[in-house]
Design a protein around this ligand. Structure first.
Ligand code: F6P
Length: 255
């Protein structure tokens, strides 16, 4: 708390919390774009927030990405009998294995003595493939578990950064630009005002589920992500935001 006050972080937390009607905002000092230490602190803060809100028997939906990978690596729960189930929020989104939600869900389960279920769904699903996958009883069962998530913890990215990281073709990138895609979270692309403009064709949590999830926790930092975070906040379904000083400064200056 002392360090936070010294940097004025507590004030910024409260300003952002009020501006977007959030339950809680946690800001760590620094800029995770430039400092691996800050990124780790961001992960640790995310892990602490999750540890606090979790209840016995919870289903926890997680997304992929390097920030959530940090959260997973630093996650601990008080006892091994909290008996949580970790699931990927959505299926294949074109990430490398180490950044995939499946990998992160299994790491979290192992570190906390919890259980996990995986979604084995390939990337870039066409309509027909989607329909046939959804009629598979195993997939249906996992998707039902996923849709029961009481908590969703997710990363946030810049639309173009994410489209390129997922190796989207030039046509899709052009389309995203035309649509005004600015931010990305849980496989949905958002414009500056927080409207959904594009979605990745996969299975798992739908936007309606996210809107109804009891506790949605966004973990993202770095000055380069400030505006993307802002657009997800405008979308209006976050409950807790964990970010860093560099992103928070930009967000506060625009509140
Ligand atoms: O692809 C999964 C995902 O959580 C995206 O929804 C998000 O935009 C991105 O990863 C964040 O990744 P990183 O933490 O590496 O910036």
């Amino acid at each position: 708390p002392f360090i936070k006050d010294l940097f004025g972080l507590t004030d910024m937390e409260e300003k952002i919390r009020q501006a977007y009607g959030l339950q809680q905002v946690v800001i760590v000092p620094g800029d995770s774009d430039h400092s691996p230490h800050t990124k780790r602190e961001l992960g640790l803060a995310g892990a602490q927030v999750l540890r606090k809100v979790v209840k016995e028997g919870d289903v926890i939906g997680v997304t992929g990405g390097s920030t959530l990978a940090e959260v997973a690596n630093l996650l601990t729960f008080p006892t091994s009998d909290t008996n949580c189930m970790f699931v990927p929020a959505r299926g294949g989104l074109g990430e490398n294995v180490e950044l995939q939600a499946n990998t992160i869900a299994s790491t979290m389960a192992k570190r906390t003595g919890g259980q996990y279920r995986l979604l084995h769904v390939p990337d870039h699903l066409g309509d027909e493939a989607y329909q046939s996958l959804m009629s598979d009883p195993n997939i249906q069962e996992v998707v039902e578990v996923i849709r029961r998530s009481r908590i969703v913890i997710h990363g946030i990215g810049n639309a173009m950064t994410m489209a390129r990281r997922r190796k989207a073709d030039e046509r899709t990138i052009e389309l995203l630009k035309q649509e005004g895609a600015h931010a990305e979270a849980f496989g949905y692309y958002f414009d500056r005002e927080g409207n959904v403009v594009h979605k990745m064709p996969t299975v798992g949590l739908k936007l309606e589920d996210i809107m109804e999830t009891e506790v949605v926790i966004g973990v993202a930092g770095g000055s380069s992500k400030a505006e993307a975070i802002e657009s997800i906040l405008k979308f209006g379904h976050e409950d807790i935001l964990v970010t860093d000083e560099a992103a928070a400064q930009v967000i506060v200056s625009r509140c």
